[in-house]
Design a protein around this ligand. Structure first.
Ligand code: ZN
Length: 333
């Protein structure tokens, strides 16, 4: 970086801000619908399109309503969806997680039939499927068991692969989860299936509305023994390093806006790997609530926030705003 600019009055940065066309010419970062991954919640039943009360504009879908929704997403040039399933029944292990006819497995098949080019990413964790709502198996004291959980994650990833998933995305922050999933996929005949690691996932208050959406709140305790402490950034590099060594194909930081510094550190440390940022439910709902109250311009706020992710170094943004943002971007360009 050069730092030897002449001073005022020779230097006048405002010269490059004189018109919209000029500002556009010198813009360093841009957004495109190709940057987005849109999360979808799927549940059992028929003709279900149930709005999530804490996330206005987001829905839970039954399989029979999914194809039309995914066609609409594809028409907006959004390349990928991220699936979360709400099972029919929950149990201590979360058996539906790796069932051939599980809700996510059905959804994958439905989407790949309706829109084969849509990239289907699947969340791989236990918390939506277990009756206790934790991200792993528990011992009799209620502690999350790490190594015993890895086998379930491997089975789940293979089951998603068999149904036709394009990318699996383990989100439980178990130690060794990437290696366990890689090994399970490879030995089941899926060496080419990429793993997107939620490498750096913080124990965050911003997940609140998601727990309504996916019905996945822990019945007791919290997730602080596996998710990261919000005060830590150096540890994020360690988490990412371990996942890279275990074979992760993508890295992810979650949540997004309060952790842009972490996104930047990861993008600079691992420029070779695509980096995703998860613009989580709480970030979404704050904007929606403020916009509904007339306190913020929703379109301008959302596009600015999403641009911030790109500027910080994210290559991909998982966001509930994806459909709206894609429409707005198409309208302005
Ligand atoms: Zn989980």
């Amino acid at each position: 970086m050069t730092n030897n600019f002449p001073s005022f009055p020779l230097s006048r940065p405002r010269r490059l801000r004189q018109s919209a066309a000029l500002r556009r010419m010198v813009r360093e970062t841009t957004l495109s619908p190709a940057d987005f991954i849109y999360p979808l919640f799927v549940q059992h039943g028929q003709d279900v399109r149930q709005e999530i009360s804490s996330m206005p504009g987001q829905y839970r879908w039954s399989i029979d309503r999914l194809a039309d929704e995914v066609r609409e997403i594809a028409e907006l040039s959004i390349p990928a969806v991220l699936l979360f399933g709400i099972p029919a029944q929950k149990d201590p292990v979360g058996l539906e997680n790796f069932a051939t006819d599980g809700i996510v497995q059905q959804a994958i098949r439905e989407i790949k039939t309706a829109v084969p080019e849509m990239v289907v990413v699947t969340d791989v964790c236990l918390c939506e499927y277990t009756d206790h709502g934790h991200c792993g198996l528990l011992d009799e004291m209620g502690n999350v068991l790490n190594d015993e959980t890895l086998e379930i994650l491997g089975k789940t990833a293979v089951s998603h692969a068999q149904a036709g998933a394009d990318i699996v995305a383990p989100s439980g922050m178990m130690d060794g989860m990437i290696a366990a999933i890689r090994e399970a996929l490879d030995s089941a005949g899926y060496p080419g299936l990429p793993v997107m690691s939620y490498a750096v996932k913080y124990a965050s208050a911003f997940y609140g509305p998601f727990r309504d959406a996916a019905d996945g709140a822990p019945k007791f305790g919290d997730r602080k023994t596996h998710q990261m402490d919000p005060g830590n950034a150096r540890e994020a590099l360690r988490e990412a390093a371990i996942d890279v060594a275990e074979g992760a194909d993508f890295l992810m930081v979650k949540p997004g806006l309060p952790y842009l510094d972490v996104i930047q550190r990861l993008s600079q440390t691992y420029p070779e790997l695509p980096l995703a940022a998860y613009n989580v439910s709480g970030e979404y709902s704050m904007v929606k609530a403020a916009a509904a109250a007339g306190w913020l311009d929703e379109q301008a706020t959302v596009l600015e926030a999403l641009l911030g992710f790109k500027r910080a170094g994210a290559d991909l943004i998982i966001t509930y705003h994806a459909k709206d943002a894609a429409r707005w971007l198409t309208a302005v360009s």
